[in-house]
Design a protein. Sequence first.
Length: 94
Amino acid sequence: MKLPPLRAVHCFESVARNLSFSLAAEELNVTQSAVSHQIRLLEEYLGEELFIRQGRKLSLSQIGESYLEEISLRSRRLQRPAREFGRGSAVRSV
């Protein structure tokens, strides 16, 4: 299985934190329609609904909660080597 669309995962994380497509769009500096499209793309990729939409109210589905937990964990794991090997790292090319 190939990786999920990373832009869509990034959008999902923002929507899940804000529980709002509008606030996520503002945060990501894109349109609400673009965020909605990315979420739809990720849901199609996963074959699962990540959010429960009830009119203007938005909440995470059980799958969405689990997915958020997993991507948050993986994101923190990716940040560690970025801090260690990024900017001004002591690692040099030979």
